[in-house]
Design a protein around this ligand. Structure first.
Ligand SMILES: Nc1ncnc2c1ncn2[C@@H]1O[C@H](COP(=O)(O)OP(=O)(O)OP(=O)(O)O)[C@@H](O)[C@H]1O
Ligand SMILES: [Mg+2]
Length: 351
């Protein structure tokens, strides 16, 4: 049983010690909690360990202690950055120029992997024309509604695999085709941003529809995106579309966190690697746009099956090569974001 993340935060908060800063807080499935303290108080480690060990399901507490940098004040600057959505620290869009390259697959596995790392994660299916995140995350409930006296009707996203999920799919009945244009489109995206009670999130992952159209532009205008992860296949045809997408993100000044090359190779029963969709495209693209190739994902039947069954591969087959690579990708994305935003230490009392 995994310790409750909120219980961990509450325990830290109730210490009421603004002189201790917390960094790299992680809560693991097996009951381990790891975190770093920035403090000059020699007894802080013991105090924090004691508070965390008292929480249900905690089996181990690993604490490292560092002294704050010279010149840092006791309270320092607040770390939990705010995006346009209150309580949400980072918004990452998963995008591509072309359809069917695996954006949704990367989104669900990235979101679930970040949750497995102990982060608080939301996943917004911004593909309002073809929402398939509820299926891929295996969400069976609809969002709950409540009335907020100030904001009006608010949606509480259902949780699946530790991720809070919101999708247009919840708001449609049956197989209605969706035709959103101009102001209506802007309005529905705005509702997703303002009428969803995400709670406190480290990462909100946006699964975008393909292309460089209205949805991308509306979102970029509406939300200060932390950055985007671009998904491509290795082949040139896909690359032409992806280049368009990269230019668009440059224009709207959204940083590109890196490139994920999906369907990079297939490993046959003979142990040989087949480059079905060509080779080297992700690397070329990353170089051309001065960003990183974050991962090369193999083409694997279980990944497709996991998507259809609502079990991302990082849950369905934890030990598989694909799962390992998605977990690595998530850690890289978190590191890139933390490096770019300088968003490391969190002050107790500031969550
Ligand atoms: N690495 C992979 N191995 C096997 N199947 C994959 C892989 N990546 C994606 N797929 C499958 O390919 C199909 C398309 O993937 P996905 O829906 O993630 O793409 P997309 O870019 O989100 O598509 P769209 O542009 O329609 O939103 C899905 O059936 C998915 O399960
Ligand atoms: Mg998709």
């Amino acid at each position: 049983m995994k310790p409750n993340f909120d219980a961990v935060l509450n325990a830290l908060r109730s210490l009421n010690r603004p002189d201790i800063k917390i960094k790299d807080l992680k809560v693991f499935d097996g009951g381990k909690i790891s975190l770093g303290l920035l403090t000059r108080d020699a007894t802080a480690k013991e105090t924090v360990e004691k508070a965390l060990k008292a929480i249900a399901n905690v089996t181990e507490v690993a604490v490292t202690v560092d002294a704050p940098a010279a010149g840092a004040t006791a309270t320092g600057a607040p770390s939990t950055r705010m995006t346009g959505i209150p309580g949400v620290a980072n918004i990452i869009a998963v995008s591509s120029g072309k359809g069917g390259v695996g954006k949704s697959t990367v989104s669900v596995n990235l979101a679930t992997s970040l949750a497995l790392e102990g982060y608080k994660v939301g996943l917004l299916d911004a593909d309002i024309y073809g929402p398939n995140i509820p299926t891929m995350m295996g969400v069976t409930e609809n969002p709950k509604l409540y009335m907020d006296p100030a904001k009006g009707e608010m949606f509480v996203p259902p949780v699946s695999h530790g991720v809070r999920v919101m999708s247009m799919g919840f708001l449609l009945e049956g197989d209605q085709p969706v035709i959103w244009r101009g102001p209506m489109l802007h309005n529905i995206l705005n509702q997703f941003c303002t009428r969803v009670d995400w709670g406190a999130l480290d990462y909100l992952i946006l699964d975008l529809p393909p292309g460089t159209g209205d949805v991308q532009l509306s979102l970029a205008q509406m939300l200060p995106l932390t950055g985007t992860v671009i998904v491509t296949t290795p082949q040139e045809v896909a690359l032409q579309d992806v280049r368009k997408a990269l230019h668009m993100w440059e224009k709207v000044k959204v940083p590109v966190i890196g490139v994920v090359e999906n369907m990079s190779y297939f490993k046959g029963d003979d142990g040989k690697q087949y480059n079905i969709f060509g080779q080297g495209g992700g690397d070329m693209l990353a170089k051309k746009f001065n960003t990183k190739l974050l991962a090369q994902m193999p083409l694997v039947m279980l990944v497709r099956e996991g998507g259809d069954e609502g079990k991302p591969i990082v849950v369905k087959a934890l030990e598989s090569e694909s799962a390992t690579k998605f977990r690595e990708l998530a850690r890289k994305v978190a590191t890139e974001v933390q490096n770019a935003t300088g968003d490391k230490p969190i002050e107790i009392g500031q969550f």
